[in-house]
Design a binder for this molecule. Structure first.
Ligand code: SF4
Length: 131
């Protein structure tokens, strides 16, 4: 059974939260989303001070999750679209809901036939044209 993850009590009510006691003092959220995070006084860990309420704020929250070192910013909501976005950055494990543990769905590279020729391919093509 998965150990129970305890949110820090300072987190703003809502779907995103910072786990209690897992801080590596990365301070990343303050670079990316200073409007959404704050330090817990005297504890050296951050918490969610404001839940994202706009698409731009949600983008910043997800960027902070992707950049934070300890995966201690978590998502307890059940929106599949958010689960997919977290999976795309390799952060699906921060979802509490098991149904959102979606296989990583990173953008696939374009098929080889659609890729522009590499520098090596262009040089070898030019050399072949000279023979
Ligand atoms: S994101 Fe995690 S490791 Fe980084 S400051 Fe916040 S609690 Fe600490």
């Amino acid at each position: 059974m998965m150990p129970r993850i305890v949110p820090h009590p300072s987190n703003a009510r809502g779907d995103f939260y910072v786990e209690d006691g897992c801080c590596l003092t990365c301070a990343v959220p303050f670079d990316i989303a200073p409007d959404l995070f704050a330090w817990v006084e005297g504890e050296g860990q951050c918490y969610v001070k404001k839940q994202p309420a706009t698409p731009a704020e949600l983008d910043r929250m997800l960027a902070a999750i992707a950049a934070a070192e300890a995966q201690c910013i978590r998502y307890k909501g059940r929106e599949r679209a958010i689960g997919i976005r977290l999976a795309q950055t390799g952060d699906g494990a921060v979802c509490d809901a098991p149904e959102l543990h979606i296989a990583e769905d990173r953008p696939r590279p374009c098929p080889a036939e659609n890729r522009p020729p590499s520098l090596l391919q262009r040089i070898s093509g030019w050399l072949r044209s000279r023979i």
